[in-house]
Structure formats: C-alpha cells, structure tokens
Design a protein around this ligand. Structure first.
Ligand code: PLP
Length: 371
C-alpha cells in the first residue's frame, strides 16, 4: 500500500518524505522479542516523533501493539480514535490542573507525577465513586518527572488512596540509558526495585528504547520505546539493530556555475576556490533541516556525497555538486537527505544534536508518502 497524505502535492512539493511503516512494525517486533516476556508499548508523543501519528499508530496496532503513550492530553485525545477500543493510552504528563474528567471521558490513563496530580485524581475517583485506573511515576534520579522519595513516604503512610484509585502501573525513567556503562543505570534500577517491593503486585515499567538493550534486568512488565521504533540507534557506538523508517529527498530548484572568489549564501561563508557547480535544493531550516548544518551537512546524489555550500537558508540549501554529471543536477532532480546513504543519526551528528531532534523537527511542507 502506498498512500500520499496531506498538504503538499508530489509533483509540486520541494521534498518528499517517505515513511516505511513495515520498518516501524518490524522495529516494534524486534523490541518486543528482545524484551521477551514484557509487553511492548509504543510512544507516540510529538506526532510519533514527527513521522505522523495518524498513520503510525494504526500500523503498530495492526502489528499487535495495544499500549500507547503520549506526552500531552491533547495528543492522547487525538490518538484515541486511531487505535482499537481495547488499546490502553497513557498520558505521561498526567492531568493538567482541572482536566482529570477528560481522561475518563476519552478512556485515557494518566501518569500521576506529583502529589497534586494524585490529589486531583483521587478527588475525581471519590466524586464518581469509581476506582479509576492510573499509573504512578517515581523519580529514581533523573529529577525531571515523578514523585520524589518524600512524596512516596507520604503516599505509603496514608493507604486510603489504594481504595480510591486503581494503580495499573508503577514507572520511572532512566537518565542515561543510551550509555550502557553509565553508573546511573544500575543506581536507578536498584531504586526502582526498592520502590516496586513497596508497591507489590502492580506491574512495573522502566525501559525506554535504549534500556530495552540493557538486558532483562531493565525490562520489567512493560517496555516504553519511542525512538527505536523510528530507526534511531538506541546504543550509539554499537551497530544499529533497527531499520531506518524515514527517507527524505529534496528537489533541485536551480543549478549554476560560480567562479573563484564568488560567495554562496547568507554571510558569505562559502567562497569558491575555483569554478564550482552549485545546486540549490528546496528545503531549509523551516523544514527542520537545522541551520547548524550550515557548511557541515551533506546530501547524496546517486550515492555520491555532496557538501552543503555555505549557510542553510529558511527554504533552501546550496550544495557543491562539482563533479556530479550535469544531467543529475538539473532543476527537478532529486537529492537524498535521508536514506540508504545517510541515517537520521548521521545527520544528527553533523548538526550537533541527537536523532530525536532531527525527527521531531521534520517539517510540514513535505509531500509525505507512507509505504
Ligand atoms: C519519551 C519517553 C519514552 C520513550 O523514550 P525513547 O528514548 O524515545 O524510547 C519513554 N518513557 C518516557 C517517560 C518518555 O518521556
């Protein structure tokens, strides 16, 4: 099945983004099999890391995924009609103040991160006289989200909450899972084990993508991968076991020859040292091709690496295509930005960021093709 979705026409768009849904499904199956015994969820936040939740979520559901996470309530409300009725949707940020009732209305499970969210959920349970399901998040060292040790002591000192709400998951999040030998991993795992012992009988979840590859001690009952589903290497430095899910090709708008001393682009950061052929492609930082790739990024033409010439503009990037056959650098010709020659992680490295940022910045002006 090939489906073009939304917005920009294939013939007119400056760039074509392809999302390989079978790669996403295959990555989910690999994660599930690696965490043998644990349920494998899928993290859908930020529009499925930029790939498009409306297509990715049903694709994962068709592979058997029945547990999903979003960051925001709004994202979860949009996700609800896209997945089977028996699918569970957790909202990582929990209920925004005053919004708890919307979770019930849309069949969503909040992740309760602090005493005020817990109090709000308990109040709703009492009001509706229902033990509403909720996940409890504990901070085990990242100091970002989740109940602090003092909150946990207060919670355990007042067991009434257990009769009010239905705890369906205890979870925490690792700060350094992408560095397998980082001491934080073992420390957080031990703290999580101690917490689980005090919340006996409730399923546990600690692993993001990277932690799935830290071994069975990190798997518990539920895996929460996001990045790895979309092809990002979960253990930088080791071979990537996952399939690339995203391809991106941009069109050449104009091609010209410059002479020694001519400059290219804003700021004149490229100065030709002799006759050079410059091709300008229709993608820029407004499309998520980060400006930090100025003078550093690369594209590929028939497998040949061509460097960015000068600064990335809002809507265009100039390439030094000297030496590439002229017929391949005419207006309308395509160059590869993501594909078999360049991964999301490769681009991230050149841009001085991580693959997560490259994917979640992918713009809205591409023609999108879901394969
Ligand atoms: C984003 C997130 C995940 C998924 O992390 P990846 O590294 O993308 O696999 C899992 N759990 C929590 C709490 C998150 O915020």
């Amino acid at each position: 099945m090939v489906a073009g979705v939304a917005g920009f026409d294939a013939a007119r768009a400056g760039a074509l983004l392809t999302v390989d849904l079978e790669a996403v499904r295959s990555n989910w199956r690999l994660l599930r099999d690696t965490g043998a015994g644990a349920t494998c969820a899928a993290v859908m936040k930020a529009d499925a890391y930029g790939l498009g939740m409306s297509v990715v979520a049903p694709a994962l559901a068709s592979a058997g995924c029945r547990v999903f996470f979003t960051a925001h309530l709004d994202e979860a409300m949009r996700l609800r009609p896209l997945v089977p009725v028996d699918a569970t949707i957790h909202v990582l940020h929990g209920p925004p103040p005053g919004a708890a009732a919307e979770f019930v209305e849309h069949d969503l499970i909040p992740v309760l991160n602090d005493p005020s969210q817990l109090a709000e959920w308990r109040a709703l349970c009492r009001k509706l006289q229902r033990r509403l399901p909720a996940a409890l998040q504990f901070d085990t060292g990242m100091s970002r989200m989740g109940m602090a040790p003092a909150d946990v002591e207060r919670l355990l000192a007042d067991p009434a909450w257990k009769d009010e709400l239905q705890p369906v998951l205890v979870m925490s999040h690792l700060a350094c899972a992408d560095e397998a030998s980082h001491p934080m991993n073992g420390l957080q795992r031990e703290r999580f084990a101690a917490l689980r012992a005090r919340f006996a009988g409730i399923p546990g979840s600690l692993a993001n993508s990277s932690a799935v590859f830290l071994g069975p001690d990190f798997h518990h009952d539920l895996l929460r991968p996001g990045a790895a589903l979309y092809g990002i290497n979960p253990q930088p430095g080791s071979a990537n076991p996952l399939r690339q899910a995203v391809g991106l090709r941009a069109r050449i708008v104009q091609s010209r020859v410059v002479q020694a001393g001519d400059i290219v682009g804003y700021g004149a950061h490229f100065v030709a040292d002799g006759p050079r052929r410059i091709a300008t492609i229709a993608i820029g930082y407004a499309d998520g091709w980060l400006r930090s790739l100025s003078c550093r990024g690369h594209a590929f033409i028939d497998g040949q690496r061509v460097p960015f010439a000068g600064n990335v503009s809002m809507d265009s990037i100039s390439l030094d295509v000297t030496g590439i056959p002229e017929a391949r650098v005419q207006p309308g010709c395509e160059v590869e930005l993501l594909g078999s020659h360049q991964s999301v992680d490769d681009v991230a490295r050149e841009a001085g960021t991580i693959g997560y940022e490259v994917l979640t910045r992918l713009g809205s002006r591409f023609h999108r093709l879901y394969i």
